[in-house]
Design a protein around this ligand. Sequence first.
Ligand SMILES: O=c1ccc(O)c[nH]1
Length: 344
Amino acid sequence: MSVSDYELVQSWSQVLDLCKLAAGQTVTLLTSADTNAQTLRCAILAVRQKGAIANRLDLQPVNGGVSLSRDPLAYVGTTPLTGNRAAVEMLKASDLVLDLMTLLFSAEQHEILAAGGRILLAVEPPEILVRMTPTMEDRTRVLAASARLQAAKTMHVTSAAGTDATFALGDYPMLEEYGFVDAPGRWDHWPSGFLATWSNEGSAEGTIVLAPGDILLPQKSYVTAPITLRLAGGYVRAIEGGYEAGHLRDYMQSFGDPEVYAVSHIGWGLQRRAHWSVMGFYDREATIGMDPRACAGNFLWSTGPNNEAGGTRDAACHIDIPMRGCTVRLDGEAVVTDGTLVEE
Ligand SMILES: O=c1ccc(O)c[nH]1
């Protein structure tokens, strides 16, 4: 059910404080055709209450005629900022960018961050934003997990369903998502609460078995029968199973790009206010699925681009696959056991 403007303004105010927004600074709210009106309205009120300038930059939607899904994370790499120098310069001149339309995985986003910009993505429905309003405790938990992942050389993931996959680590930076941008150059996503990095190129090996109840994004589907993915040399080499495996194969094949099968970011969920069941209560297009991505104790892996991490692969097809019931080990030490976080 809905939340009031009062509640959402309160949440935005908390987030802007965590982002250290100061009076007199300039905030640009990035919007497009699918921006939630209440989110925009309440963000502007909270920004103005802080004594900051609130500018809105509304961009025309792109990729609608080529993407098979309306989910903004389904087709990545080119955005309304591509080739749009005037817009990029406005965002680079801003102290804080509130992305209410989804830039993710774009070269322009990198350029803005490299110039010291800060970008906070917030496109989930208002009630989900309020339920997972970020806290310093989220940041502490994500950074503690990050310290362990940074020290690790290998990730080994297993499950009762038959998953047994290994990934070499160390070539890529951390993706620490705790829901606010408290330093120049940071991108983050509200809501979140998970940690990831990218598997060293060519290193992903083994078998991943999706069990009934595991999730495919942007499909927003709970898998109903096992799907077996064979990994070798850093790529998904085969996708076996029933019709859901066939649909996934067909969808990825539709991009006509062999790079879509590359393993992308890998990590695990740390957000205890995220719940696996939430996606089942929402129409497919009503959320982008941050509950399953962030759900404490998931193993979240993905296929496609690595340009977010500084790589050159900008494959447009990005599949996020949150799984339950996995054991995630870093250099032999478990951080998740059978789908439950190992408590410090
Ligand atoms: O917040 C996000 C969302 C999607 C993704 O692939 C990474 N991080």
